[in-house]
Design a protein around this ligand. Structure first.
Ligand SMILES: [Cu+2]
Length: 131
């Protein structure tokens, strides 16, 4: 009987170790990708809370940007970007979580807002100018 119990718990330990190894591998791969020499780092962090959108960058040039949307509030939020050639909406982010949205910006003006309920009218909106 005791041998059966032991053999049942052993695979669980192995699965735990494999999961830990996979997590480390994923983190390592991400770090390597962003450190590729010559790659342009066009990333913007959007901090969202009730009820504001704050961008880490205000100067935009034409090109592809990855917006990292961090929900620092207590309600679910998201991000819509609309302007020349772009009409994209991120997934809705639960409180404390982060998601990403990549868009290619051209010269012009883009509106950014939270598409959840009436958050846009409550102040979760901003404009960016791409020059
Ligand atoms: Cu919102």
């Amino acid at each position: 009987m005791s041998a059966a119990i032991r053999s049942r718990s052993a695979p669980r330990l192995v699965i735990g170790l494999v999961a830990a190894a996979l997590t480390l591998t994923t983190v390592g791969a991400g770090t390597t990708a962003s450190a590729v020499p010559g790659a342009r780092d066009r990333s913007v962090t959007v901090t969202e809370r009730e009820f504001s959108l704050t961008l880490s960058t205000t100067g935009f040039k034409p090109g592809t940007y990855t917006f990292t949307i961090h929900n620092a509030g207590t309600a679910p939020h998201g991000l819509t970007i609309k302007g020349p050639g772009v009409d994209s909406t991120s997934s809705i982010v639960p409180a404390g979580k982060t998601t990403k949205l990549s868009v290619t910006l051209k010269k012009g003006t883009y509106d950014l807002w939270c598409p959840v309920d009436n958050h846009r009218a409550m102040g979760m909106m901003t404009k960016i100018s791409v020059k």
